[in-house]
Design a protein around this ligand. Structure first.
Ligand code: NIG
Ligand code: FE
Length: 411
């Protein structure tokens, strides 16, 4: 397939990952460009004047001057859940806090109940619906965590459903202590002995919620070390509500990422910047539950590798839109549009161990492409909640295309 008439082709130059420091904003913009895809990969990109001679059967997609960026990569979601939390949301809107609801048995545990009731089929149905939302928002690669089963059957069903839906499964066995266990340590004994061996054959990484109301540093260390011994990549939810030493633990266990960081202070910023751990920032979650924003500008300026993700889940971030997250990146986190784009393409792909294949528009990379209907690609951050998605290409095939374009809204 030949995508022609691309007004701006935008990508980080091919090379290393993750990008940090000045390289975080170092993107290339090629005007009047084309993208040639073959066998699910990008074969070549360049100026329209340099389109190579093509066989007659080449399919053509004329995008009429729209901009093309790499398909977005959502490296942190909890997409496999049953039910919703709209009742809880309404209580929060009227003044209750996320932590209060969590403490009285709502929150994560209410979704655990709904997800167990939904069963394997219900989880697969929910994932199919959510993946369609992701695609329509421009996401071409997504991660999804388990963590709403917290028993062998439903945790494994959730991981399998994510893999079957084409996502990257992460075992979040350490999300909460389910009601049938009296204490976190006995639950972890069970999870590590009865669930981990099989979870490790499906999941690519493991994650744990190290936080007040979640798991302690010692429990996090025990869980993550056991998961590493089974070959899983390591991730942590940390510093969401308070600094508890999760950053030091992430560095100690050589985690790929630490995610949230709304409570991180100057020391944490310095430590992360000096490490190989990616800081995954989730501004939709901070906004949704009324928490302070993570110190993204300080992290970027100190040279930390940062990624942006939605945290899509029914409780703390019912938001599937990475373009909206890019807008929050600009307006709340003080990230330049280029930094936000790299954070949810190259660096997010790195967190998922896919930076060699995803996150850039260059020969050899997967043909995952987001075409945005705007005169300038920076509308991705600029157009807050805008309806920007023109065409989404996944593996060289059109996965979503807007039916009728209203060209009248172009300046
Ligand atoms: O990343 N804080 C822990 N986990 C999720 C929330 C999950 C939920 O509320 O259901 C998060 O915010
Ligand atoms: Fe999360």
């Amino acid at each position: 397939m030949l995508i022609r008439n691309v007004g701006q082709l935008v990508t980080a130059p091919p090379g290393q990952a993750p990008l940090r420091g000045r390289a975080l904003a170092d993107i290339q913009v090629t005007r009047d460009a084309y993208i040639l895809c073959d066998g699910g990969r990008i074969k070549s990109v360049g100026r329209t004047s340099d389109i190579p001679a093509l066989p007659g059967e080449t399919e053509e997609l004329d995008v009429e001057g729209a901009a093309a960026v790499p398909g977005l990569v959502d490296c942190h979601t909890h997409a496999g859940f049953g039910g919703d939390r709209v009742d809880e949301f309404s209580l929060r809107a009227a003044g209750a806090t996320y932590e209060e609801l969590q403490a009285c048995g709502g929150g994560i545990l209410s979704t655990v109940q709904a997800t167990r009731a939904a069963g394997a089929d219900g989880i697969a149905d929910a994932l199919a619906r959510h993946v369609a939302w992701f695609t329509r928002a421009g996401t071409t690669t997504f991660e999804a965590k388990s963590g709403y089963g917290l028993d062998r059957e439903i945790e494994l069903a959730s991981l399998r459903a994510t893999a079957a839906a084409g996502g990257v499964p992460t075992w979040l066995g350490g999300h909460a202590v389910p009601p049938e266990w009296d204490d976190a340590d006995s639950y972890l004994d069970y999870a590590l002995h009865e669930v981990l061996p099989e979870a490790a054959t499906i999941a690519e990484a493991a994650d744990i919620f190290v936080e007040r109301g979640g798991f302690t540093i010692e429990q996090g260390r025990r869980y993550l070390s056991a998961c590493a011994a089974h070959g899983l990549g390591l991730r942590l939810h940390g510093d969401q509500f308070e600094e508890s030493g999760a950053i030091q633990l992430a560095i100690e266990v050589k985690a790929r990422s630490i995610d949230h960081l709304e409570a991180t202070g100057e020391d944490g910023v310095r430590q992360l910047a000096a490490s190989d751990v990616v800081a995954v920032l989730l501004p939709a979650s901070a906004l949704f539950i009324g928490r302070p924003m993570p110190p993204a500008r300080a992290l970027a300026d100190a040279g930390a590798a940062i990624a942006l993700a939605t945290d899509f889940n029914p409780g703390s971030a019912f938001c599937e839109s990475l373009p909206l997250v890019c807008s929050l990146g600009a307006t709340q986190l003080h990230l330049a549009p280029a930094e936000a784009l790299v954070a949810c393409t190259v660096n997010a792909a790195f967190v998922l161990g896919r930076a060699h294949r995803k996150g850039r528009l260059a020969p050899g990379y997967d043909a995952d492409i987001l075409v945005i209907d705007a005169p300038d690609w920076r509308y991705l951050s600029y157009h807050l909640g805008g309806d920007l998605i023109h065409t989404v290409v996944v593996g060289g095939e059109v996965a979503y295309s807007r039916q009728s374009l209203n060209r009248g809204d172009r300046p």
